[in-house]
Design a protein around this ligand. Structure first.
Ligand code: UD1
Ligand code: MG
Length: 404
């Protein structure tokens, strides 16, 4: 059986998954069901206060899982029919990957229903990644990292990271799941960015199918193709003006899918390169995420009803609430001109104000008031541009740094 056959079947099943997901989401009954279960949100950037069903990512996620369950016999069925030696290691990898994704989908849905606290958001992906790490340990347990050429005289050809490699992989799952969730809040952005990351991974996998480690990339494609299929259908309804919200369910499910293919496909560092906007957004958000600067419940841009455009949202806080570290960071951001900081405001000048520290607000800071749809398109172009940078780093640069 050619290595292309299962990929081809997976591609066909992904097209089917698109139409199935679309059919399910468009059902008016679905909206009723979600609203009745109190799973709805109000679009903060619109004047209408209509109830929009939330957590619809659970629909695309479930269809993704069903498609993958149905797909399992395709790469493994041949061994049963031909009575040849069954690749138990590959099979357990697939099942563990599905278990981790399934687990994350459930935990994401629990978050949407129960509105979990931030510490749970860090704990849940760590727990969901355990089956994956266990399989990695049993199947590979390779924790060595190849050192770039310029550092080899000091460090050697490779270093064994041991337990730290597992900590890194656990953290990768936490990062991927949360990074998408915090670059969110405008119509189409959560799904849009995830699809661009998934397509970048797919392009990378397909190009690597011609290489030596094609099996790992073939494995990754089994997950990424149906993911793209189901998410495209979701994007159709989440695109401006959103008729459904994807919820934290989708962000967690997506992050875990990327972490799974990155870890078991052995390209976690390349995968992180596709997360460049999310990394920038995370680093920029650090002062608010770690509560050095006041962090409101929503950091999304503010809607101006007169112009129907979005403007930077701000956070206002007492000067005395800011500790020395927060103070230094804000000053540094000001010197770097990446923040709009106003000091001594309020009647008695005891307050400070700055833009909410997200990439979305940062772009608004530069380009001024923008329509929601256009802003989302700009952010998605940035994501595509960063993928192009990622490929430039991955291929030409890696050749210079790692070529023996
Ligand atoms: C994260 C962000 C928060 C952002 C929110 C938006 C951090 C620390 N948290 O919180 O700043 O405001 O995502 O998703 O960065 N919504 C819209 N339009 C959209 C998408 C969402 O108005 O296109 C609103 C809806 O009211 C929806 C709500 O956001 O119900 C969902 O927010 P939720 O996913 O619960 O927020 P968090 O993930 O906790
Ligand atoms: Mg969210």
């Amino acid at each position: 059986m050619s290595k292309w056959f299962p990929v081809f079947v997976s591609a066909i099943m992904s097209v089917i998954s698109y139409f199935v997901t679309e059919k399910v989401i468009q059902k008016p009954k679905l909206k009723e069901m979600f609203v009745k279960a109190n799973l709805f949100g109000v679009d903060l950037n619109k004047q209408s206060k209509e109830k929009i069903p939330e957590a619809i990512g659970v629909v695309s996620g479930c269809i993704f899982l069903i498609i993958l369950f149905l797909f399992i016999p395709v790469p493994f069925g041949r061994h049963i029919i031909e009575n040849s030696s069954f690749p138990h290691d590959e099979f357990v990898e697939m099942v563990a990957a599905l278990l981790s994704i399934c687990c994350m989908l459930l935990l994401g849905f629990a978050d949407d229903v129960l509105d979990l606290r931030w510490r749970h958001k860090l704990l849940l992906p760590t727990i969901a990644s355990l089956p994956l790490l266990m399989v990695y340990y049993v199947n590979f347990n390779s924790t060595s990292v190849i050192i770039p050429k310029p550092f080899r005289p000091w460090v050697g050809y490779s270093v064994h990271l041991g337990i730290f490699y597992y900590v890194y992989m656990g953290m990768l799952a936490v990062f991927c799941t949360n990074a998408i969730n915090i670059l969110a809040g405008i119509n189409g952005l959560e799904v849009g960015q995830s699809i661009i990351i998934a397509l970048s991974i797919a392009i990378f996998n397909i190009s690597e199918l011609f290489g030596e480690v094609w099996k790992a990339h073939q494995f990754s494609l089994y997950f990424i193709l149906p993911y793209v299929g189901t998410s495209l259908a979701l994007l159709k309804y989440n695109w401006y003006p959103s008729r459904v919200f994807v919820g934290d369910t989708f962000c967690y499910f997506s992050g875990m899918t990327f972490a799974v293919v990155g870890i078991l496909g052995h390209f976690s560092k390349t995968m992180l390169l596709f997360f460049l906007p999310q990394i920038i957004n995370f680093l920029y958000s650090v002062p608010q995420l770690f509560h050095l600067v006041h962090c409101p419940r929503h950091r999304i841009p503010k809607h101006c009803s007169k112009t129907d455009k979005l403007v930077c949202s701000v956070t206002t806080f007492k000067k005395t609430d800011l500790n020395w570290l927060g103070w230094i960071i804000l000053k540094a951001f000001k010197v770097l001109r990446i923040i709009d900081l106003k000091e001594n405001i309020g009647e008695d000048g005891k307050f400070m104000e700055c833009n909410n520290l997200t990439l979305i607000n940062f772009i608004l800071l530069w380009i001024g008031p923008t329509h929601e749809k256009k802003l989302c398109q700009i952010l998605l172009v940035v994501q595509v541009f960063c993928s192009a940078i990622a490929f430039t780093i991955r291929y030409p640069m890696a050749w210079i740094f790692y070529n023996p």
